[in-house]
Design a binder for this molecule. Structure first.
Ligand SMILES: *Cc1c(COP(=O)(O)O)cnc(C)c1O
Length: 358
């Protein structure tokens, strides 16, 4: 018998969330962002699930785009980081991949192609990671004019769209609109998931929903369910030991938690080698048999401990949900000082993905 530790993936939830993304996007067509193995959910299954509704997909790199082809799908795929080697331009052209070009060396690689791929240009409006500054655009576009490759449009990325009262998004939007105004026929894409939830935010012609497809919240301090999203991943395990701690007993490495009174305690067969965050603190909620129990002590490589005071009838073998419908991955992320993105993409290969709702 295998361990009970699994990630159950609800494909119907992903379809629901994509429907919501399209609804919020209004006239903008959605690129479904399925990089990083579809945020840990499995790129082939997620791509096939969204294929009937998605006009195109977006990934970080060419390996991920090829995984979509391996899944038997012919959709255009946007490469959000462009390409990492000159030879990949020809692969893009042959495979209908659309690189987002962000640096001069990528323009040179494109120019070296007789017939390169259709491509996007990244504009740096204040994130200051990748892209050409607005003042550089006319030179970039002049270099590209007359090439056989088709220019599709401009992309920019927001630095703080998850923070409702941060004005940076409005400023970046204004810088972008101004920078691209000389090319009125270009497609325009700004919207990560968070931008979908900002009142009055223009999404232009193409949206790029990522985290929201998986049901986690793109907005700081909110849970996915507050936004109408359905969690796609349920990370589950079970109790493999139940015991009673005496007052004064410590639990786990470093004796980092000590019982103040007699305490029923359970050991769950999941740890940081499965992707459960080691930095999740005492009190992080863990769903045990219909109740919220509290994580205690340090998370080990293969197990963690919970205080079962709230679950008096807990027995060995009982099911545990680490995150999913009952405990939001957003809440666990806050308890671990991180974001849902890191938790979802961090579930390791040791955890089998089991699919339903397809
Ligand atoms: C990952 C990514 C997205 C999706 O962001 P979410 O916050 O997950 O919606 C959109 N655009 C770019 C450029 C990205 O790298």
């Amino acid at each position: 018998m295998p361990r009970a530790t699994v990630a159950r993936i609800d494909l119907a939830a992903i379809r629901h969330n994509f429907g919501l993304a399209r609804q919020f996007a209004g006239g903008a067509r959605a690129m479904a962002v399925i990089k990083a193995d579809a945020y840990g959910h499995g790129i082939a299954r997620v791509a096939r699930t969204l294929a009937p509704d998605a006009t195109c997909f977006a990934v970080a790199c060419i390996e991920e785009a090829l995984a979509i082809r391996d899944a038997g799908l012919a959709h255009p795929v946007v490469l959000l980081q462009g390409v990492h080697a000159a030879g990949d331009m020809a692969t893009c052209a042959a495979q209908n991949f659309e690189p987002v070009l962000h640096s001069g060396y990528q323009l040179d690689w494109l120019a070296a192609q007789a017939a390169g791929p259709a491509f996007w240009i990244k504009v740096n409006t204040g994130m200051n990671r990748l892209g050409f500054r607005p003042a550089e655009l006319s030179r970039v576009m002049a270099v590209l004019a007359g090439r056989k490759s088709a220019f599709l449009g401009f992309v920019t990325h927001f630095a703080a769209s998850d923070e409702m009262d941060n004005d940076a998004t409005r400023q970046q939007t204004a810088v972008f609109a101004d920078a691209v105004a000389p090319w009125p026929d270009a497609e325009l894409s700004v919207a990560n998931s968070a931008a979908h939830f900002r009142d009055g935010q223009p999404l232009f012609t193409r949206s790029r929903p990522g985290i929201m497809l998986y049901g986690a919240s793109p907005m700081a301090e909110r849970n996915g369910s507050d936004l109408g999203l359905q969690p796609a991943m349920s990370l589950e395990s079970n109790l493999i030991a139940v015991r009673t701690l005496a007052a004064g007993d410590a639990v786990g490495y470093g004796a980092a938690w000590r019982a103040e009174r007699e305490t029923p305690m359970g050991i769950v067969a999941i740890g940081y080698a499965d992707g459960y965050p080691r930095h999740a603190g005492n009190g992080t909620p863990v769903w045990v048999k219909g109740h919220r129990a509290a994580l205690i002590g340090r998370v080990s490589m293969d197990m963690l401990a919970v205080d079962l005071s709230a679950v008096p009838d807990a027995r060995e073998g009982d099911p545990v949900e680490l995150w999913g419908r009952n405990v939001s991955v957003d809440e666990v992320a806050r308890c671990a000082g991180t974001i849902s993105y890191e938790l979802l993409t961090g579930v390791t290969a040791r955890v089998p993905r089991l699919y339903h709702g397809g």
